[in-house]
Design a protein around this ligand. Structure first.
Ligand SMILES: C[S@@+](CC[C@H](N)C(=O)[O-])C[C@H]1O[C@@H](n2cnc3c(N)ncnc32)[C@H](O)[C@@H]1O
Ligand SMILES: Nc1nc2[nH]cc(C(=O)O)c2c(=O)[nH]1
Ligand code: SF4
Ligand SMILES: [Mg+2]
Length: 247
């Protein structure tokens, strides 16, 4: 059984869209959003997957449901059927932290690949949780987003050395750092050096949940990317559809 986030009460957050971030930005993809997280980022845009008190989304009060309504359990085979029924041939597993449900995800992805062979599967992860051994070989791309100090998480929870080292050595992994201020770059440079991360696999992404903030931060972030040989990624879905569930 998988526990998914919801778009409206009882409706699992499974939707077709465009990948809005990172190396696959712009590609038609189906998203499956899992419930729960092991971290608690101050600026998390999907806190409804893990913070059930409804106190941190002033612009989205109407969607801050009671705890039971913010998650729904679905059988792995049913999730696979729903994904296979949508047109994209790419899947993005996200959350919350999807790797917390690794064993069930492995069953779901196996069922999906049996229904539609050749599906490309990406996973959005905060990089602090090891992929379940049955899931790992089924994943084509890891979008790893280690959390810097401004996320508000203790570094001891957010930055797990053996995990970061494993991703740094895995050619399937891209790193995507959320940047709010210019000085955040120092932490990125420290991690890239400590773990020997290939700069071409590093994306810097502005923190922001609205187009105005993203555009403003993109101006200086683009310059930093160019200066340091990192890739820049925007948040395409925010520009196209705003900070809305199911997009
Ligand atoms: C909601 S997270 C889910 C996957 C996983 N928990 C993680 O953090 O990577 C998906 C992506 O959105 C990013 N994100 C969340 N809130 C954001 C914000 N306010 N601004 C920019 N990126 C944000 C995360 O860093 C991550 O790259
Ligand atoms: N369109 C779109 N692209 C995304 N890329 C990563 C997302 C996420 O929330 O993990 C996301 C999302 O929520 N929507
Ligand atoms: S790790 Fe991801 S889902 Fe969890 S709080 Fe941070 S951004 Fe949100
Ligand atoms: Mg998102």
């Amino acid at each position: 059984m998988l526990t998914l986030a919801t778009t409206t009460p009882g409706e699992p957050e499974i939707f077709a869209s465009l990948q809005g971030e990172g190396a696959s930005m712009g590609r038609p993809s189906t998203f499956v959003r899992l419930s729960r997280c092991n971290l608690a980022c101050h600026w998390c845009d999907t806190a409804y997957t893990w913070r059930f008190t409804g106190d941190n989304r002033p612009h989205d009060d109407a969607l801050d449901f009671a705890r039971e309504d913010n998650q729904v359990k679905l059988d792995e085979a049913e999730v696979a059927r729903r994904v296979a029924a949508l047109s994209p041939d790419r899947l993005v597993l996200t959350g919350g932290e999807p790797l917390l449900q690794g064993a069930a995800l492995a069953r779901m992805v196996s069922a999906l690949k049996a229904l539609r062979p050749g599906f490309h599967v990406e996973i959005e992860t905060n990089g602090s949780v090891a992929p379940h051994p049955a899931l790992d070989p089924l994943i084509d791309q890891f979008n790893v987003s280690p959390k810097l100090a401004h996320s508000g998480n203790p570094a001891s929870l957010a930055l797990v050395p053996e995990r970061l080292a494993a991703y740094a050595a895995d050619p399937r992994a891209f790193f995507k750092f959320v940047i709010a201020e210019r000085s955040d770059l120092d932490e990125v440079l420290g991690l890239v050096a400590s773990y020997d991360i290939v700069p071409e696999r590093v994306f810097l992404m502005p923190e922001g949940r609205d187009s105005t903030t993203l555009r403003e931060r993109s101006r200086w972030l683009g310059d930093l990317c160019a200066a340091h040989g990192f890739a820049f990624t925007d948040r395409l879905h925010i520009h196209l559809w705003g900070d809305t569930r199911g997009t």
